[in-house]
Design a protein around this ligand. Structure first.
Ligand SMILES: *Cc1c(COP(=O)(O)O)cnc(C)c1O
Length: 374
């Protein structure tokens, strides 16, 4: 049996090697490393795939979130409501821009923002909500958009873990990241659509926000050496775009492969009383950036150690809720107690999840986990 990895980028590369190598060789041949044609092509391809009017490529997912917030023209102290159970980047950029992160708890079963708590956290300073589509599944966009419209708030979707997920928004199926005012994603190598380094993008159907974001990622300039606003330097590398052009064609297949592995795990664990399989919400097609179990009775760390002995990698996403992080504790605003996120930090365990898992590997993993509880 092949060594089991948390994410197997090597096996995926081997499968796509001829196309990827050719695409990268083209860029090197042309030496068009910055803003080469592959970037523009990728922008168009992703716009078509997402059915969104504008894609603004940038250097990474964290920048995408920062640029999106910068485009909203907020002022110091404005409040942004988001989840306490996410990767640090979501909240980091809020703080960096001297805005105030307001952290809200998540549902124990879906890991998503609790809409009622979002609404209760709104004050006259609140300007935006950032729903995080954690692990490949959608936050409750129907409820959250309703709340945002009612209170005139902007919505930035953190789609770093959910690119390609279909979501039933009102009567229409849309890609996650295209429902709110701006969607942000990351092409970090292990994400569902990953390049060979860092990369990211913002998407929007709003022409003005698109123009603003295009300017911000380019030093605040539309015309070279004429700077209208304070911007940043955040570009998607041409080499990375060339890899993404190949991989975007495979994205639906990648996500199908992840779902098949998730179905296998579900089948093995669904009636187990010590582990809870991930909940799939109605109206969203989960793309399983992570397959995350909840391990009950305080057994999580013991199970993880046992799996390590069996050479099965696993990860805890996330061990510490953001409202308890040393860097943030003193200046973020917490309007509720956030017990669900704290409980999840003690219970969650993510299993190997990628596009190359074999039935043999999946059997080995599930057998080991079931044996642990016997
Ligand atoms: C990966 C990730 C980001 C940041 O993306 P980078 O490309 O690593 O900067 C932001 N939010 C979430 C939820 C992520 O998983």
């Amino acid at each position: 049996m092949q060594e089991i990895r948390m994410v197997d980028l090597q096996a995926q590369y081997k499968r796509l090697k001829p196309e990827i190598d050719e695409a990268m060789a083209d860029v090197i041949e042309q030496t068009a490393f910055i803003n080469g044609t592959a970037v523009k092509t990728f922008q168009g391809n992703l716009e078509k795939y997402l059915k969104v009017k504008h894609v603004i490529p940038c250097a990474n997912g964290t920048d995408a979130l920062q640029v999106a917030l910068m485009a909203l023209g907020l002022k110091e102290g404005d409040e942004i409501i988001t989840s306490t159970f996410t990767f640090i980047a979501t909240v980091e950029v809020i703080a960096l821009l001297k805005l105030k992160p307001v952290l809200v708890d998540v549902d124990l079963n879906t890991f998503m923002l609790i809409p009622e708590q979002v609404e209760e956290a709104i004050t006259e300073k609140t300007k935006a909500i950032i729903p995080v589509h954690l692990f490949g599944q959608g936050a409750d966009m129907n409820r959250l958009m309703e709340i945002a419209h009612k209170h005139h708030l902007k919505v930035i979707e953190d789609t770093a873990q959910a690119i390609g997920s279909n979501y039933q928004y009102n009567k229409q199926v849309q890609k996650l990241g295209t429902i709110g005012d701006i969607g942000c994603t990351s092409f970090f190598p292990s994400k569902n659509l990953g390049c060979f380094g860092d990369g990211g993008a913002c998407f929007t159907n709003d022409d003005d926000l698109a123009a603003q974001m295009r300017m911000i990622v380019n030093h605040g300039s539309e015309k070279k050496y004429h700077h209208k606003v304070i911007g940043v330097n955040s570009r998607l590398d041409t080499l990375q775009a060339s890899v993404l052009n190949v991989k975007l064609r495979e994205l639906d297949d990648f996500n199908d492969r992840r779902r098949k592995a998730a179905d296998f795990y579900d089948g093995a664990f669904k009636d187990h009383n010590a582990i809870q399989i991930p909940t799939r919400t109605q109206g969203c097609v989960h793309t399983f950036h992570q397959y995350t179990l909840r391990v009950k009775d305080g057994k999580r760390d013991e199970l993880q150690a046992y799996l390590k002995e069996k050479k099965i990698p696993s990860m805890v996403y996330y061990p510490v809720a953001l409202h308890l992080q040393e860097a943030f504790g003193h200046f973020m605003k917490k309007t509720h107690n956030l017990p669900n996120a704290e409980q999840l930090c003690k219970e969650v365990l993510s299993l190997p999840m990628h596009t190359e898992l074999s039935i043999e590997q999946l059997n080995y993993i599930t057998d080991a986990i079931l044996a642990f509880f016997e």
